[in-house]
Design a protein around this ligand. Sequence first.
Ligand code: ATP
Length: 290
Amino acid sequence: MTHDGRTGGGLIGDLTGGAAGDVTGSGDVAQPGTGRGGIAGGAMAAAGSGVLEVSHLSVSYGGIGAVRDVSLQVGAGQIVTVIGPNGAGKTTLLNAIMGVHSGRGGLRFSGQDLQGLGIEDRVRAGICLVPEKRELFGTMTVEDNLRLGAFRLRGAGRAAARAAMEDVYTLFPRLRERRGQHAGTLSGGERQMLAMGRALMARPDLLLLDEPSLGLAPLIVRDIFRIVAGLRSRGCAVLLVEQNARAALQVSDYAYVLETGQVVLEGPSAALAGDARVVATYLGAGADAL
Ligand code: ATP
């Protein structure tokens, strides 16, 4: 195991792009709250531009806790994943960070307190969510869907929006080919690309990705994860929620395991991929049934 978040080879090959750096300094898997193996203990940027800090966050639906006392961090330009079974609270966690749900606890991004800010202000602060259901406008073209994503660039002028679109087309050449096609007629993989492209139009510092592999064929999943890995070198951090734990651990620098709303394990992704409990529950035979 290396200390740069790589697992080496495997299902999706080397996707890490080599820019991860040592996220912990220890390489150990840790029980939450022990202070071991946390990102803050290693090479995480000092709390500043593009750093997300979630502390003791709890979210309830009608008195039932879906996220309970969760603390996590995403450093600037890092890929951090949250894995866990159905109903663990992963989507709720992302929605609370984006401001779709309100929660109790600390939420800071780039040193700014997010609590009390609405979704639009969080987008302005540099955070974008790609929801699990992708939520595209089916009767609008690919290009018009992308234009909607340039919301954060409003005021920066048309040239900035055009440059952002050019960047998205460079990242997803398929979207350029389909620019005039209605979003509702795209394949599942293309829809995921468009959902990600639309979020990237805002030039976020942090992308929240909810189950990008859901319902996609393995080859497409591989493409999507390769693009996710490439975001790191563009300085865009990613908080990736995934049930495909194998792919998520391969692409990320650091990982949290969420079960029934609580973080039960955390550590560098490479270390977690070798952890007996994670292997048995999330990577071994039968893990696909989760
Ligand atoms: P999945 O992988 O299946 O999407 P998840 O880990 O993302 O699961 P959540 O969707 O966050 O989990 O759900 C966490 C818990 O909160 C579940 O028990 C779910 O039934 C419940 N829940 C989610 N949304 C709501 C809602 N709007 N109202 C009430 N309960 C909800």
